[in-house]
Each structure stands twice: as structure tokens, then as C-alpha cells.
Design a protein around this ligand. Structure first.
Ligand code: FES
Ligand code: FES
Length: 127
């Protein structure tokens, strides 16, 4: 199976690998698993006081497409508002990386992870 250059680049040089302190008030953590293959993705966002995502990190235990998808979304969410981050579609990720059909669920994992991270952040801030 031929993978795109962008996919290989994100796979070989993943951006923003790591973790923030889960307990930090400015951090939202999303942890999701893919039923199809058992892969797990943890994605975290660091949000400024005016609601902008300043930084993002991920750790993915899974296939190359899952790693590339999470690497890509951590780049995409930086500088975005929470609503803008929620609007990221797996189809955009799949298209950017030219994921083959059997790997589409890897991009869904990334979309779910960012949504879970935003939800976690919001939940921390309900007053
Ligand atoms: Fe095995 Fe994703 S299917 S790592
Ligand atoms: Fe399952 Fe990529 S996340 S194969």
C-alpha cells in the first residue's frame, strides 16, 4: 500500500508528542480508543484565558495513520478557538493525509480525541 508523503512525514517526524499535567486547569485531555483495532490516542490541549488553544500534545499507541492523524490535528488546533477545534472533521484529516479507505477510522479517532479534549476542558470550567 502506498502512503502519501505527508502521511509519512507526520509518521516519521511526529509533531507535538508528549503530555501536559492532566490536573492543570488550562488543560483538556481526550483519551479515545478505536474499537476496530484497539489503538489508543491521548490528545491534550492547553487553552489560554480568552479561550484560544495555545498548545497541544499527543501520545498515540497505534498504527502509523493514527500517529500521523494525531500529529496533524495537534498542528491544526493551535491558535484555534474551542468551537473551531470542535469543527475539525475527520474527512479533512483523511483528505490532507490521503488516507486509504481502511485507515479512515484512524482519522475518526483523531476527531474524537480533539472533541474529547475540548469536552474535558469545558467540563473543568463549568461554574
Ligand atoms: Fe493495529 Fe492500528 S490496527 S495498530
Ligand atoms: Fe486503527 Fe489506525 S487507528 S488502524
Amino acid at each position: 500500500m502506498a502512503y502519501s508523503d505527508k502521511l509519512m512525514d507526520h509518521y516519521e517526524n511526529p509533531r507535538n508528542v508528549g503530555a501536559f499535567d492532566k490536573g492543570d486547569e488550562s488543560v483538556g485531555t481526550g483519551m479515545v480508543g478505536a474499537p476496530a483495532c484497539g489503538d489508543v490516542m491521548k490528545l491534550q490541549i492547553k487553552v489560554s484565558e480568552d479561550g484560544i488553544i495555545e498548545d497541544a500534545k499527543f501520545k498515540t499507541y497505534g498504527c502509523g495513520s493514527a500517529i500521523a492523524s494525531s500529529s496533524l490535528v495537534t498542528e491544526w488546533v493551535k491558535g484555534k478557538s474551542l468551537d473551531e477545534a470542535m469543527a475539525i472533521k475527520n474527512t479533512e484529516i483523511a483528505e490532507e493525509l490521503a488516507l486509504p479507505p481502511v485507515k479512515i477510522h484512524c482519522s475518526i479517532l483523531a476527531e474524537d480525541a480533539i472533541k474529547a479534549a475540548v469536552a474535558d476542558y469545558k467540563q473543568k470550567h463549568v461554574k
